[in-house]
Design a protein around this ligand. Structure first.
Ligand code: PRX
Length: 635
């Protein structure tokens, strides 16, 4: 049991050493003791990073919903599984017990089956943060369908791309969503997307806003009456350990979004294990992660990890600023939240507001605070520590990725001494390596390099949907026999890791992972635009913001620049979503390029950050004169 709940630093080191010395034994024990299996595995691990092929718990049979729901019923049937806090604070919170969750999941699973969804079929879920979203994931998992959640802030084009990429037959959405004061027409977005998705047979619609929406005959149906008529029982489909559980899209530095495929057993074991340790979750705690289930954080640490531990997990529909900037603390006080997990960008935004928003609330229930998604700066860390945690709650700065499925580097509260801006130590089973540009591992401490992981862990993504070659090229070719994260990191004198940021063309804006290529593609579709380049630059609240260098066609030169800027951001909103809008747009006569025609983003990044003192040698560029011209007009 001690493997499962680490209680002090010495124990962490012992467990860590054991996990590295014999990873298979380590995970074998955890999987055996803490989960229900229909059949045990024949082998713990098979792997070959050169193919790459990774298989955990091969031969095992299970259903993840039995682990997340059924097995809790005899002891926790009446315990709240999901605590739903609506957008509007005057709307009562809803407590959904494990027993109720089972009924809802089974009913929705039966609805899906009635509509012809079978094991292995893909279902796209485009829902706001309402209980039906969690239920929809679990209903798919109940019958072995593969869910692919699309964040409900993405545009219709983004929905269509993902639906078509994974070949979904069904979409589950709602009539609309609430976000603070705004109401968003989700169904309208789905309708537009469906024009480009001929293979979708059914759209199931959850009623949330009561908006008057269009329902297409033969395709669209309200979910509620179907649920009402459905049976309360649905036997779980018995899955193989390596059957896909879900696909979740993430941006790459080039090309279309990558559908990361996560499989069943390893994902379950790792998210449950890390949830328990990283949040030091105890029975009767009230755990709240403010992420959206549209991102991996919500999959692993709102739904699967907490429920596999029989936890109470809060689902929040709203935003931190509505009805005022005290909303997070209001919810913490109201539900006596014990663990609170959010993004640095939210902390920075709230830290700018008056302290009364925090101080007027009783936050004494809190035990552990967490952050995720981007580096946290010292100032935000201290504000969080002093004002939210009252210097009593350890902050877990959790580093991980959509691809990793679960947290890889993080302090363990009350065991690992924290250090501002450091994600600190690898969790048991995780073997990080820092690499230099020649592909050699940098050993020792007080070093920095490119962050790789040199041994598999159970929840790593197994492939990119429909493109295994891209999976290999993106993650396993830069450094031989290692998984390359795309991040840079440094290791301090005691072996603590600090993530310094992306070393590729992915930009993290407000904790959202944005690739430059799709944004540039969207801009370039504007009839007045010839070419564009997007880079990130530091931003007080968002961490990074987007800076666009745009070269116009001759025909566009006469256009009003302010109107053009608006239209360009409108193109981005339509193609991707408002999260990818540009903070600044600079019109340029050309983009600086190498002689082989590659845009010199390194230089553009420096200019956007107003760091023009050391641009390096620009004389080898195809068009060095452009650089000085751009600097002169920098915004
Ligand atoms: O650059 C790292 C950053 O977010 C990237 C992964 O983004 P995504 O797949 O959207 O997943 C986010 C939620 C897990 C990483 O490559 N990142 C994530 N957590 C941290 C971080 N950067 C610094 N510190 C973190 N704690």
């Amino acid at each position: 049991m001690s493997n499962y709940h680490i209680k002090h630093l010495e124990e962490y080191y012992q467990v860590y050493r054991k996990s590295v010395r014999n990873p298979e034994n380590f995970w074998d024990e955890i999987a055996e003791e803490h989960f229900v299996w229909r059949k045990k595995w024949d082998r713990v691990l098979d792997w070959d990073f050169s193919k790459p092929e990774i298989k955990w718990f091969q031969g095992a049979k299970l259903n993840i919903t039995e682990n997340c729901i059924d097995r809790h019923l005899h002891i926790r049937g009446d315990k709240t599984a999901i605590l739903f806090e609506p957008n509007n604070p005057d709307e009562p919170a809803r407590h959904i017990t494990y027993l109720e969750l089972k009924e809802r999941v089974c009913k929705m699973a039966n609805v899906l089956k009635d509509k012809g969804i079978n094991k292995g079929d893909r279902v796209v879920i485009y829902l706001p943060m309402i209980p039906e979203l969690a239920v929809a994931l679990l209903a798919c998992a109940r019958i072995g369908a593969v869910h692919s959640v699309v964040f409900a802030g993405f545009s219709s084009t983004a929905v269509a791309t993902r639906v078509n990429d994974c070949g979904a037959k069904m979409v589950i959405t709602s009539d609309g969503s609430y976000r603070g004061k705004k109401t968003i027409d989700l169904k309208g977005i789905v309708d537009d997307a469906m024009d480009a998705c001929p293979d979708v047979k059914n759209v199931l619609v959850v009623k949330r806003t009561n908006a008057d929406i269009f329902m297409k005959e033969g395709r669209d149906e309200w979910l509620a009456p179907l649920m009402l008529a459905a049976k309360e029982d649905c036997l779980p489909e018995i899955m193989d350990a390596e059957d896909p559980l879900f696909i979740l899209y993430t941006s790459g530095s080039t090309g279309k979004p990558k559908g990361m495929v996560h499989t069943t057993a390893g994902y379950m074991v790792y998210t449950a294990y890390t949830f328990k340790n990283v949040f030091q979750y105890r029975e009767n705690d009230i755990y709240w992660c403010t992420a959206d289930i549209g991102w991996i954080t919500g999959h692993s640490y709102i739904v699967y990890g907490p429920l596999a531990n029989g936890a109470t997990t809060v689902m929040f529909e709203g935003v931190p600023s509505y009805p005022d900037f005290g909303r997070f603390w209001d919810v913490v006080q109201k539900h006596k939240v014990t663990q609170f997990y959010t993004a640095p960008t939210a902390i920075r935004a709230l830290a700018k507001e008056h302290l009364d928003f925090v101080n007027s609330h009783d936050l004494s229930s809190l035990k552990v605070l967490g952050t995720v998604g981007e580096p946290i700066n010292e100032e935000a860390w201290h504000w969080y520590n002093d004002h939210v945690g009252d210097k009593k709650c350890p902050i877990v700065d959790t580093w991980w990725q959509t691809e990793t499925g679960g947290i890889l580097i993080s302090p363990i509260p009350f065991s690992t001494p924290t250090k501002p801006t450091y994600a600190t130590l690898p969790l048991p089973g995780i073997q990080p390596a820092l690499m230099d540009e020649h592909g050699t591992e940098i050993t020792g401490n007080q070093v920095d390099g490119r962050l790789c992981i040199k041994f598999p862990w159970p929840s790593m993504a197994r492939t990119i949907w429909g493109d295994h070659q891209r999976y290999k090229e993106t993650y396993f070719t830069a450094f031989k026999d290692k998984y390359f994260t795309g991040d840079g990191a440094l290791r301090d004198e005691v072996g603590y890791y600090r993530i310094t940021g992306r070393v590729d063309d992915v930009i993290i804006v407000s904790g959202h992972n944005l690739g430059t290529a799709p944004i540039e593609d969207a801009i370039n579709e504007h009839p007045a635009v010839a070419e564009s380049a997007i880079v990130g630059f530091p931003h007080d609240i968002k961490g990074n913001a987007l800076y666009g260098y745009v070269m116009l066609k001759e025909t566009g030169e006469s256009r009003d620049r302010d109107n053009l800027k608006k239209e360009i951001n409108q193109m981005i909103t339509e193609h991707i979503g408002p999260i990818a809008k540009l903070e600044k747009i600079q019109f340029v006569s050309a983009l600086p390029k190498t002689r082989s025609g590659k845009i010199m983003r390194r230089i553009l990044r420096k200019i956007a950050s107003k760091d023009t003192s050391n641009l390096g040698d620009t004389s080898t560029l195809l068009n060095p004169e452009v650089v000085s011209e751009i600097i002169k007009e920098v915004l």
